[in-house]
Design a protein around this ligand. Structure first.
Ligand SMILES: Nc1ncnc2c1ncn2[C@@H]1O[C@H](COP(=O)(O)OP(=O)(O)OP(=O)(O)O)[C@@H](O)[C@H]1O
Ligand SMILES: O=P(O)(O)OC[C@H]1O[C@H](OP(=O)(O)OP(=O)(O)O)[C@H](O)[C@@H]1O
Ligand SMILES: [Mg+2]
Length: 282
């Protein structure tokens, strides 16, 4: 089974990091290599441009892919299924126009022009709204185009909003909310490996922001301690050698850790240990 992953750009590193955390260690990979093996003999990686990955999967060069939803939509390929939101590379594709200009709604662009790296998504967006525009295809620095009379507006990615602000462009409308996805060609969906990979990646996301809390507690206060724990499911309570003490283990949200420790200490807990969780399969 082949997974196509971004070879460079901002998605490359977080993708490799996620695969590693999911236990799919990359082997025999090297800079500029187009293939790599993984610790699983049935799974190898193919490195490609983020924009080309949907096509690789649709055409059968790879079985699964990891890239932005914007790229999946822009590719226009059918027969690929979005399996999991990997919760990084979050951004919005927006329609934006000069702040001091006269475009404040989609309709104001009728008869005008829009520059973008996403011509397919852009054409569809305007068609759905019945607004006739000409689409100017560019391959980057889209934000410049309204200032050099190349276009009246743009459809481009924004996340922090810095680039739009710096170029005095304001958002007119949201076109698409995007994040990185795991997707597969429909004809491999029945392969059990696909579900295994999806579960492994999901287990990393589930563990994100969670901590494992272990503590020792006097047996006679265990009910109060149990109530004080905002855990995922109930805590595990185990007898330990020693007079009237039990060990309590629980998964808690990272943001609840501080308050929880304070509270359980008041209730007599000791030997409190907080650790990160690598993976969590629910
Ligand atoms: N500013 C951003 N914030 C969050 N995600 C983004 C941002 N820009 C792009 N992305 C996501 O990353 C994907 C790939 O963009 P990126 O710019 O990394 O690729 P690239 O254009 O191939 O690389 P490069 O810009 O280095 O040439 C986009 O399709 C989108 O899903
Ligand atoms: O809202 P912001 O945080 O400012 O991010 C938005 C910018 O990020 C992306 O560009 P990138 O840095 O990938 O450069 P590129 O145009 O060369 O791909 C995108 O094309 C925007 O220009
Ligand atoms: Mg880019």
């Amino acid at each position: 089974m082949q997974i196509a992953v971004p070879n460079k750009g901002r998605l490359h590193e977080p993708t490799i990091e996620l695969l590693e955390r999911a236990g799919l260690h990359v082997e025999n990979g090297a800079d500029r290599k187009l293939y790599a093996d993984t610790v699983d003999p049935d799974v190898s990686l193919l490195f490609a441009r983020a924009a080309d990955i949907p096509g690789y999967v649709a055409d059968g060069a790879a079985d699964l892919g990891i890239t932005g939803l914007d790229q999946m939509r822009e590719s226009g390929h059918e027969g690929i299924e979005d399996l999991l939101d990997l919760e990084f590379g979050s951004c919005r594709l927006v329609l934006a126009a000069p702040e001091d200009g006269d475009v404040s709604a989609v309709e104001d662009l009728a008869g005008g022009s829009v520059a973008t790296e996403f011509p397919r998504i852009t054409r569809r967006y305007f068609e759905e709204r019945g607004v006739d525009v000409s689409v100017v295809e560019v391959t980057g620095a889209t934000e410049l185009t309204p200032h050099v009379d190349m276009a009246d507006a743009i459809v481009d990615i924004t996340s922090t909003g810095t680039t739009l602000r710096m170029n005095r462009l304001g958002v007119v409308d949201d076109v698409l909310k995007s994040s990185v996805r795991l997707f597969a060609r429909e004809d491999v969906l029945d392969d059990p490996k696909v579900e295994q990979l999806r579960t492994a990646l999901e287990s990393v996301l589930t563990a994100n922001g969670k901590r494992y809390l272990m503590l020792n507690a006097p047996e006679d206060r265990v009910e109060e301690i149990r109530e004080a724990l905002p855990g995922l499911g109930g805590p595990t309570v185990m007898d330990i050698a020693g007079e009237g003490m039990v060990a309590v283990h629980v998964v808690v949200d990272e943001r609840d850790v501080f308050e929880t420790i304070t509270r359980v200490k008041e209730l007599g807990a000791s030997g409190i240990l907080v650790t990160e969780i690598e993976r969590l399969v629910e």
